[in-house]
Design a protein around this ligand. Sequence first.
Ligand code: BGC
Length: 759
Amino acid sequence: MQLKRLTICSVMAWILTLALLAVSAQGQGRPGNQAPAVQGPWMDKSLSPDRRAELLVGQMTLEEKISLLHGVGRKAFFQFPGSQPPPGSLGGAGFIPGIPRLGIPDLQMADAAVGVTRGARFSRYSTVLPSGTSEASSWDLELAHDYGALIGRELRDQGFSMSLGGGINLAREPRNGRIFEYKGEDPILAGKLVGQEMKALQEQGVIGDIKHYAMNDQESGRNFVNAKIDRRAMRESDLLAFEIAVKESGAGAVMCSYNLVNGDYACENSYLLNDALKKDFGFQGFVLSDWGGTHSTTKAALAGLDMEMPGDTYFAEALEKAVKSGEVPMSRLDDMVHRLLRTEFAVGLFDLPPDRKVVDIFAGFDVAQRVAEQGTVLLKNAQGQLPLSASRLKSIAVIGSHADIAVLSGGGSAQVDPPGGNAVPPPPPPPGAPRMAFFNRVVWDPSSPLKAIRAKAANAKVEYNAGLDYGAAADLAKASDIAIVFVNQPTSEGRDAPSLSLPDNQDQLVDAVAAANPHTIVVLETGGPVTMPWIDNVSAVLEAWYPGIRGADAIANILFGDVDPSAKLPLTFARTEADLPHPSLTKQPPPAGEADMATPTPGAPFRMNTTRFEVDYDEGLKVGYKWYDAEDKQPLFAFGYGLSYTSYAYSDLKVRQGQAVTVTFNVKNTGARPGAEIAQVYVSLPASAGEPPKRLVGWDKVHLAPGEAKTVNLTLDPHYLSVFNADKGGWELVAGDYKFWVGGSSRNLPLSQILKIGD
Ligand code: BGC
């Protein structure tokens, strides 16, 4: 208790210091976004964003237009120690100065996938939210809205006008190091979640960005890999996620990715940018390149790229020259500028620019904890091991993963500075050692599972062992009523997980503890799926992902039953890597003359390899569960799976065709505890459609008291029942028998009904 109070006090003191520093930074008149009050017809709020942009573009010189289409400085300043932000920048990842003469505000961009990043250096505080995968495990659109709204508010309160969050690449390659930023493997689930998140963010008056468009499904060699995939497969999988998110959110920006797609860089790929995104999805905003992802001037501009970030290699003087020579028509240049300005008008940057103030820390804690509670998945619970009974337990062993002080976070540009800095700082590098790449840093958030567990089990002896000496860990486990082993998988932008196995022999640690105590509970802190060779020997498993600043409280609430676990997996866990579409990661070949370049590992220095290579996504649209269904493989844990402390029964399915297809069924809580069931609807298309066995088309999260039953009514979007006809370049419904399935996971669907659609 004493300890807990101390920690709360020190965190609060730290936060207060930051808040005061933030206020004083404002007082010192640091730059903001406030555009000078300028009168002009484009300031008439009664006009549409497009009309206002049109009027404004008409006032601009060629130089002014070009100045809005690229960042300043060839190199992103934040990547270099001791470097300073360009004048006027608030220190975010990207900055484009405005045009005071016309009242055009600065564009201040910050990475914000799981919270606003890189603030601590400027005395700013941001909430460390649980990872995108945690949010996705909630399947909860309202929660996704809260997640986006919080990020939007904190961006605004820090003076930023644009987010670089909104990651939506599908977990096609489960070893992808950025899975923690994304929303799982299903395009409809991911699309709807990111759609809500970006909608909410933009409601706060900040531009939302969806990334990384497209097929950036692995980090290994991400700047040099050509992703090969057929058009239909691409449109029905990865691109469908973007399509749904763009349409549902009206997001102002899309970031094109580093890789090539079918031979062209994504940022100069006319099919992706002009045909699919701008024409078919109706995207009205602007496309910006990933940092350093622009490779040409004319080709990129004509293919649909609107902005080069973060520098000025291709879209400054070179673009001016191309426009003057007529290679890039003035009409295209005007379109590029129009797209940016109409977005700024639509979001409100001209009328209500961000106003810097102190972040509401407690609102952040609340959202962070709710997301972690709704996003932690109970994967195994033999003999009702969980929830734990605080009154019956006399001793608890807590083992591994720095669980005495911290929870893990994901790395790279999405990593949010935790209050007080890295809770587990790495040892100082030996003198003369090369600088560690920022992708290889491992950052821990100060949220102590040990303390949270102690607070729940006040009468039990709760002891910690670091898990480095397996014998000592096993001894503690043996001497305790139960053992809770925390294991982790650090992942990051810039490097993929070398395999699906837990690193650092943690499987052996679990084996040792499980052999010593039959009541062993494993808590996973991973970016994505991992294999579990010990699964039969442990009694319970919780997947907590990277659970954020309130992760420890959320984990303890679930372990002790104060919160019923309701989350379901947004991606498949394979039994073994041999079952994956690509059993080994497609790696970048070593540079000519070198034998090998090891996969970047935590703690290692960064090396550049520019060798081009190809990844053939020949599994096509069979991403995740669609692959396991089509190949008839049994996953370790299926998409949509997750346990609760209560149980549910499904009945009375009725599928009807009206204006649209509607699905009605009942869900009943058959257990003794209240809970929330994520009820899922899948469909098998007619055989002639040539699709995988089934796809998710709808779901609902049903909150039920013990014994309570509710009727779920879902109207299905016809788009979700359609297939993409690559020859015609459009979506169509195939006539025939559609089989609708309903249940609690992709592999547990007790209800089904066939409905004939079409002639
Ligand atoms: C990442 C982007 C990020 C950008 C700016 C790039 O390395 O791929 O996701 O927004 O850096 O930090």
